[in-house]
Design a protein around this ligand. Sequence first.
Ligand SMILES: [Zn+2]
Length: 277
Amino acid sequence: MDQAAYLFISPHLDDAVFSCGGFIRQLVLSGSRVIVATVVTADAPDELPLGWLAKRNLRSWGNQRHIFALRCAEDLAAVRHLGAETLHLGFLDCIYRRDAQQLPLYTRRVINVPLHPYDLQFFQPALETRLRELLVQAIKVVCPLTIGNHVDHLLVRQAVEAVTTARQRIYYEEFPYILRTGKHHTKWVNLSQQMIRLQPAEIEARLLASTSYRSQIPGLFPAPLDVWCEIMRAYLPVLDRYVPAEHPLWHSIKRMQTITRRHIDRVGGERYWTQPL
Ligand SMILES: [Zn+2]
């Protein structure tokens, strides 16, 4: 029988490695089995019409209709760098999900909006069923704290809480979203903090693994000039040809590494949260 594993639940293809890469590497080096299970990993079927949200996201990811196949490959490479195992659960991203009448569940925003009843009725129970199957081989389940209030993260946390006990769960704070929301929020009220101190080699492993998510890095770690150019293009399309194109990818990767390293230094490692027993 396989060794019981630490099961890291990643809503999207990048959340767990961007947030927990150092701890994952540390567990692997100590001989633990680690599985990184990502929930949202499927491309939309070709016949599915794309709403405004889906088109906007696909544009920012380089306009590839089958972007999730590419993102799965990025994730495989990232998790392999850490020495862990990968599982892709095959759910559709919120930008693609539709109700029985084929209307998009979310039309303009996916952050700080109420969960759609259709998601609560279908997505969450389906995810709970899948998670129950995985729990058989898990000693601990490491799930998102939902910093940033993204609907997919909220559904994942609720599903994990529905199928696990407090003793099994560890919460991670999502990076880089933790940088934008500040430290004054209530997600960790009533939870106990666990600091994981990292060796230099574990920090380097997290940085190297994070570098694999090339389709996501420019959007998640934009330079101030890129943000300004994006705003100019959105409001004054006529200026499009005069506004410089985005920085090359290697600039974004360097910025991601600098920001990540600075955050780990400031925090003193990676912070996790558990429920007091
Ligand atoms: Zn995410």
